[in-house]
Design a protein around this ligand. Structure first.
Ligand SMILES: [Zn+2]
Length: 353
């Protein structure tokens, strides 16, 4: 399949990528103090020539493998539909049911997917997405495609919107024994409202609590309603697994954490709070309060769209293949339609005429 060596799509995906996670907690912390300029894993991701080869030879199979488009669709008559070749369509294929020797129903392979409503071909969209993931410069993207700047801008917004939906969908607890979780807090400005509601500016700012499990793409992200100690304790209790080492620069919003909650989290839940500045564990609530009063570095007010993109990109750093990870996440959000429905209204109309 690929130009350098014949390898099937299946083989490509079965190649075992492993995120190189150091064994001990100390090694992990050392790694974070001296992160490499570029993750080793990034180099193992799909190369542009490999993607072009796939898009030339089997774009539909590739999308089906990643669940970006359905692998099977059931007609309302109960029969499985066929993926039929259609020379006049840009995708080249369409779901078709010919049960009872008449056309029961047809369905676009894009129905429900990320590709729906776009006039670009699926390979064109995937190539733009690839360049977005690898942060090609605007001029490089213009050079590599035949698209107008308006189309490219639209797809940039589509990718950013996908980041938002992906982040909001992740609700599984993260961390665990010997795992390291970094906590971020962002003040996010809703740019759509800010112009209209200048007088109520504070209402447009939302506090986002985000946590990322290092050496994995596991993350959680949600809006904080308030920063009271019970909320903070509840969040850590619900979303951070026991045994996790937690660090970050967002301690000032935890200033209300009380000693009972701190004891519960550290003793029963076995969460270790780690201070990256002093390189020590925060083992008493007094020490915690002291650190919580420390000024957090820099301004962290970001516009909504950019915030989602930036935080999602942070999680891609440890992805064995950032582009494939992005597409798999897309497939979780934009689910292809897997069945067709009888058009009652049109049928009645047809019968009446
Ligand atoms: Zn049918």
């Amino acid at each position: 399949m690929f130009t350098q060596r014949d390898i099937s799509l299946e083989e490509y995906f079965n190649q075992s990528y492993s995120v190189e996670e150091p064994e001990s907690k100390k090694q992990k912390l050392d790694y974070l103090y001296n992160p490499p300029e570029k993750s080793n894993n990034t180099s193992s991701g799909m190369k542009a020539f490999q993607l072009h080869d796939i898009l030339k030879k089997c774009p539909i199979q590739f999308c089906q493998y990643l669940k970006l488009i359905a692998s099977s669709v059931t007609c309302y008559c109960g029969q499985p539909m066929n993926l039929a070749f259609r020379s006049g369509m840009s995708d080249g294929f369409q779901w078709c049911c010919k049960h009872k020797k008449t056309h029961c129903s047809t369905l676009s392979i894009r129905k429900g997917t990320w590709f729906e409503n776009s006039r670009l071909t699926i390979p064109e969209i995937l190539w733009i997405a690839y360049m977005w993931v690898y942060q090609y410069s605007y001029s490089s993207i213009v050079h590599e495609t035949d698209q107008t700047s308006q189309t490219l801008l639209q797809w940039n917004l589509c990718c950013q919107e996908a980041c938002k939906l992906i982040l909001e969908s992740k609700k599984n607890p993260i961390g665990g024994s010997d795992k390291i979780v970094e906590i971020f807090e962002y003040i996010v400005q809703d740019e759509r409202k800010s112009k209209k509601q200048n007088d109520k500016k504070e209402n447009n700012k939302k506090r986002k609590f985000c946590a990322l499990q290092h050496f994995s793409t596991n993350l959680i992200c949600f809006t904080l309603e308030n920063a009271k100690s019970d909320t903070v304790c509840e969040i850590l209790d619900e979303y951070i697994l026991s045994g996790t080492t937690v660090f970050g620069n967002a301690w000032n919003s935890f200033v209300d954490l009380n000693s009972v909650d701190f004891e519960y989290l550290t003793m029963e839940k076995e969460i270790t709070f780690y201070d990256f500045v002093t390189k020590t564990e925060i083992d008493t609530i007094e020490k915690f309060w002291e650190i919580a009063k420390r000024q957090s570095p820099g301004s962290n007010v970001e516009s909504g769209r950019k915030f989602y993109e930036n935080f999602y990109r942070k999680s891609l750093f440890f992805a064995p293949d950032p582009f494939i990870t992005f597409l798999k996440d897309i497939a979780m959000i934009y689910k292809p339609q897997k069945e067709t429905y009888r058009k009652e209204a049109s049928k009645e109309k047809h019968n009446a005429s």
